[in-house]
Design a protein around this ligand. Sequence first.
Ligand code: C5P
Length: 404
Amino acid sequence: MKGKHIVIGITGSIAAYKACTLVRLFVKAGAEVQVVMTPSAKEFVTPLTLATLSRHGVVSEFFDRRDGSWHSHVDLGTWADLMLIAPASASTLAKMARGIADNMLLTTYLSMKAPVMVAPAMDLDMYAHPATQENLLTLRRRGVGIIEPGEGELASALVGKGRMEEPEEIFRRAADFFRTAEAAPAPAPSRGRLLITAGPTHEYIDPVRYIGNCSTGKMGFALAEAAAAAGFDVELVSGPTALATRHRAIHRTDVVSAQEMWEASQRIFPQCRAAICCAAVADFTPATAFGSKMKRETTGEWQLTLRPTTDIARELGRMKRADQVLAGFALETDHELDHAADKLQRKNLDFIVLNSLRDAGAGFGHDTNKVDIISSDGTRQSFPLKTKAEVAQDIIRHLCELCE
Ligand code: C5P
């Protein structure tokens, strides 16, 4: 905590008196504290008390009434290592969720570059109200840390959830935050954007039926996680799958058909350093999609006319600039090496990942895969059966070497 810059925001709540203890805890631990109060907070605790405890003038107005000097919320936003709003009233939480900037604390919050934590304090009904709960959810989704209020006797003499967490516990949570942040590995330097296509595509025949395949998207999603961990900004274009992404550096575009996947890939690829075509794109799509469900009773026997879809890998191969790297996959049942080498050349790929359906544990749906990486210079690397996460790491390592 020593030397850390903490902005402590105080709002109009009876729990504001506890903020005095909180400020003392931070100052005693060697942090520098800047208090920012809302106008109504000053009804509960005086700026003089907080200025004395924090050893800094308290900021509450946009400018100093005595000499007109401007208090810069933007400067506070870059100065702070952490902003902690304790107590956070229902009103301030609502304004934070909406982006309303009608006092110094809120403008400071909106310009804040550092992480923000809030310790709500209010009556139990206000806390339980769907409006407050929705606002808290919005803030949580945006990454604001919520220090949940405890249960106990409230200022209204009612008993329930809404009582601000004790200052010692809030301080401990802030200290934990710094400990975790410092223990986290430094993010890898950015390697630029990487397009990955993943999953199957669904080609609709009528509103309820489609032509698809058995791809689950596991290999493509494992590649996206491994690439993001290696420092790529991943653009994942995924067909229908039940999978979720975890890493923050993965930006996902969900598509359904081969045509949609092609349109998204074509748009994204020019801004990328590299692309890996991992999707099991349907090779054919119905020439006409019927607007209503085909009925057995009325239609009887009918023929479906299919037309080929765009070969995304091949088109990206045509678009590829000298500074870009392109990789693809080949899933083969026979003459694996010949077919893979042919695809590598036909699609203008820099390398192709071959998995054979003959290998047990490789291919669709499995959590494992066994691959060979064949490069455009004719070299071939064979890997043993591994988990898809490990295979993804091998492939991304190979890609990184080409992107050096
Ligand atoms: O020709 P084949 O479908 O076997 O080639 C597989 C490779 O081509 C994979 O990398 C796959 O993602 C890509 N592909 C594609 N668009 C298609 C068909 C395949 O990008 N329509």
